[in-house]
Design a protein around this ligand. Structure first.
Ligand code: ASP
Length: 340
């Protein structure tokens, strides 16, 4: 009899352990490197390879964290830092130029387990703006710091500070000259009307990451140089919680890329979470409705990545392409640039 009970207890414990380790392994990481006019016809094989390698490196950085039992928050930060250090993407090192030839960067991070969030806007000296955003979340009572104050805070918080010249890249400088030329022609045509800040015809190269970790916690992070030729301290959607970035364990984690003004006006990321929570839509339907219907209907464009607690992934975009990819604990991995 004793033997019987003992074997029942041992089997129960083993089953429990197996179930736990099954759960333990379930995680998903999704990244984007911007949406926009990304056409195969204008891409060289070398360029395409470089983008794929950049996305792969970012996925691997976050995967390493999650596979070691790390937090979603650490994973999204790790992935974003890799993309920020890569000059191909419009964030950190590859940031676009403002109208007056500066690089002003925005970033945000959000922890879905407690709705804590941190953001910086218009920083010019922080090597990895996402680390400054995280420091705002963890070391202050605030959610967003801007401009010179944000740079000063980042330095005090121990973030790596660089000379603004670190952010200079030839392709982005040339893009600014082109945008300025087009702008001046447009201004003449439009008789002095103040246009949208930036030139939205250029591809959006913002970077983003969302993840669900083995504990079922969600996190989202977004980092960007904004839009080429932006003026007057313009800030886009990326650092605005609920617009370009949002995470809530109860619904989903979202990171956006596209024409920021429209994402702000649609409260894009939170609108998707609300559809999941209040309209009981699945993640794909919620994300598709916002990106494929509401966004173009208003005149905007772009895309986003989203993940929910179950590891469901959505990556809709209404542009020609979006640098994107995901990796799961099962080993399933996808990296894509163009439309299907
Ligand atoms: N959403 C960004 C902004 O408006 C641009 C981008 O996605 O590349 O600042």
């Amino acid at each position: 009899m004793r033997k019987f009970f003992l074997s029942v207890i041992i089997s129960f414990c083993l089953l429990n352990l197996a179930a736990q380790s099954g759960n333990k392994k379930a995680f998903t990481l999704v990244i984007h490197g911007g949406a926009g006019t990304i056409l195969k016809s204008t891409m060289t094989p070398e360029k395409e390879k470089a983008y794929n390698q950049g996305l792969e490196a970012a996925l691997q950085a976050g995967y390493k964290v999650l596979n070691n039992g790390g937090k979603a928050l650490d994973a999204v930060e790790a992935s974003i830092k890799v993309l920020e250090d890569n000059p191909l993407f419009n964030a950190g090192k590859g940031s676009v130029f403002t109208n007056d030839g500066r690089n002003e960067m925005d970033a945000a991070i959000m922890d879905g387990s407690n709705l804590k969030a941190g953001a910086v806007a218009g920083v010019t000296t922080v090597k990895n703006p996402i680390t400054a955003a995280r420091a705002v979340m963890e070391k202050t009572e605030h959610v967003m710091l801007t401009g010179a104050g944000a740079d000063k805070f980042a330095k005090q918080a121990g973030c790596i500070i660089v000379n603004p010249s670190y952010f200079f890249t030839e392709p982005r400088w040339k893009a600014l000259q082109k945008a300025k030329l087009e702008d001046s022609l447009n201004t003449i045509k439009k008789n002095g009307l103040l246009k949208q800040p930036g030139n939205h015809d250029y591809k959006y190269g913002t970077v983003g990451a969302v993840a669900v970790d083995v504990y079922g916690n969600l996190a989202a992070a977004t980092s960007t140089g904004g839009m080429t030729n932006k003026k007057f301290g313009r800030v886009g959607d990326a650092p605005i919680i609920g617009a370009g970035t949002y995470a809530d364990n109860n619904t989903c984690a979202v990171s956006c890329t596209g024409w920021g003004e429209y994402f702000i006006r649609l409260i894009m990321a939170k609108s998707i979470a609300d559809r999941v929570e209040f309209a009981h839509m699945n993640l794909t339907d919620a994300a598709n409705e916002m990106v494929m219907k509401k966004l173009p209907a208003l005149g905007g464009d772009g895309g986003l990545i989203a993940v929910d607690k179950q590891g469901n992934v959505a990556m809709p975009f209404c542009t020609e392409g979006m640098y994107r990819g995901y990796i799961k604990s099962t080993g399933e991995k996808v990296i894509k640039i163009y439309k299907e």
